[in-house]
Design a protein around this ligand. Sequence first.
Ligand code: ATP
Ligand code: MG
Ligand code: MG
Ligand code: MG
Length: 477
Amino acid sequence: MKKTTDEIREMFLCFFKEKKHIILPGSSLIPENDSSLLFTNSGMNQFKKLFLEKTVNPQYTRVTTTQNCLRTGGKHNDFKNVGYTSKHHTLFEMLGNFSFGDYFKKEAIIYAWEFLTSKIWLNLPKKNLWVTIYEHDLESYNIWKNIIKIEKEKIIKIGNKNKQKYTSENFWQMSDTGPCGPSTEIFYDKGNNLFGKPPGNNSNNGIRFIEIWNIVFMQFNKLNNGNIVKLSRHAIDTGMGLERVAAIMQNVTSNYEIDLFQPTINLIVKMSQTNNLNNIHINIIADHIRSSSFIISENIVPSNEKHGYVLRRIIRRAIQHGHKLGIKSLFLHKLVPTLINSMGIYKPILEKKQKQIESILQLEESKFINTLEKGLKLLEIEISKLKNNVLKGEIAFKLYDTFGFPIDLTTEICHEKKISVDMLEFKKNLKNQKKKAKKAQFFINDTGITIPRKNSISSNFIGYNIKTSKSSITNII
Ligand code: ATP
Ligand code: MG
Ligand code: MG
Ligand code: MG
C-alpha cells in the first residue's frame, strides 16, 4: 500500500520505539562545536562524542532520530549529483537508529530487515533486497546468510581495489577524522524494466538498484594523524534515506516524483511553461529551493565564506537553472509558500521564518540575475573562441571576479559542452587575489568591489526587512 513521506517517518520512529529506543529530535543543520564539518551530513553527527566516550549514559543506549542532512562539500559531497541522478539531494532526511554500547551487528541487521519486510511495517518483497558488506567482515556475512537467509549471490563483498584496509565504500567515515567502522548496506531492486547494475559495480547512474539503508558498526576512531584506533566499546549508527524509501513505497522511479516534491515541481512547471515534468532543471530547482530555505531558516545569509558561501552557491545554481527554463522574472521567493506547505512536520518551523526566507532569496536573486546574463554572454563568446576543449583558468577567474559567477556554474556549463576548465590556473589567480587583498587590508567581494576589512560580512542573520534596509544589506555584500 502507498505510504506518504510523513507516514514512513512516523512508522520508522514508532518501530524503533517499540524496540525500546528513545526518540530524540534531529540536530541543527549547523553542527555545534565541531570544526571538522560545515553542515550536518548524517544522523550520527550530534552523537559524535557519545561514540567516543568510554562510559555511556544509561538513558541513551538506544536512540532513534530523524535528521536533516546537507551534503554539499567535504567527504560526502553530492552537489554535482543533484539533478543528474534521481536519488541525490543537497538536503535530505535520514532516519536512524543508534546503539551506544547496547546491541550490535546481529540485532541491527535483524531490526532493519524486520522493518523493511514485515507485513505490519513496510512489507517490501524480500526478493528485491540486496546487501553489501565490508569484505573483511565475515560476521555480517554470516548473519545475512544464516540468520536472515538471503541468497549468497545477493550478498556483495566490497573492498578496496588497492587492497588497502579501512578504505572501502563499506567502511564509513563521518569526515577525515572521528568515529568510523565497517558497514553493511541494503539496496532495493526496482525491477528489470529499469537500467542499472547490481551493487558493487561502482555505478551511481542507474535507477534500478537503489541504496536505501546504511548500517555502520562503529568500532574505530580515526585520529588527526590518520591512525585508526579501536573504540573502547562498540556502537551502531544507521541511516535510511527517507526520500528514497518514499519513492519505493509510492511506486515511482525518481525521488522527485514523491509527495514531498510534487507541489513545488508543479509550480515550477507552471512558471516555466514546460510540459516535461521529468526535467533536470526543474529537479535542481525543486531540490535547491528546499535546501536553501532550510539553511536560511538556520539564520544563515548568503556570503563569500563558509555556510554563507554554500548557501550562495545553491541559490545561484537554482537561478541559473531557472534561466535555462526561460523563467524571466525573479521566481525563487515565489516558490516558498508552496514549498513550506508540502514540508509536513517542518511546516511550522519554516513558517516562522517564511518572511526571512523570502526576502533573502529575493535579494540574492535580484543581485545575481543582472550579472548572470552578462556573465553567460561572456562565457559563450569565450567558448566560441576556443581552439581546444579547455577553458583558461584566467577566464573562469574573470567571470568569478567580475560577474560573481561561482566557479561551479562555469564548470557545470562547460561540462555540458564537454569542455574542461583549467582549475589549477583558476586557483592560482584566486590565491594571488586573496594575497593582494590581505596585504591591502581589503577584501574583494563577489562583484569585484573592494571593501575595507572592518565591513566584512557576518554569516549570522541579524534580521532585516527587505523594504526598509535593502540598501544597507546591498552595501555590505
Ligand atoms: P550514495 O552511495 O547513493 O551516494 P551514500 O553511500 O553516500 O549514498 P550514506 O552515507 O550511506 O549514503 O547515507 C545513508 C543513506 O542516506 C543512504 O543509504 C541513502 O539512502 C541516503 N542518502 C545518502 N545520500 C543522499 C542524498 N544525497 N540524497 C538523498 N538520500 C541520500
Ligand atoms: Mg554518497
Ligand atoms: Mg553508497
Ligand atoms: Mg552508503
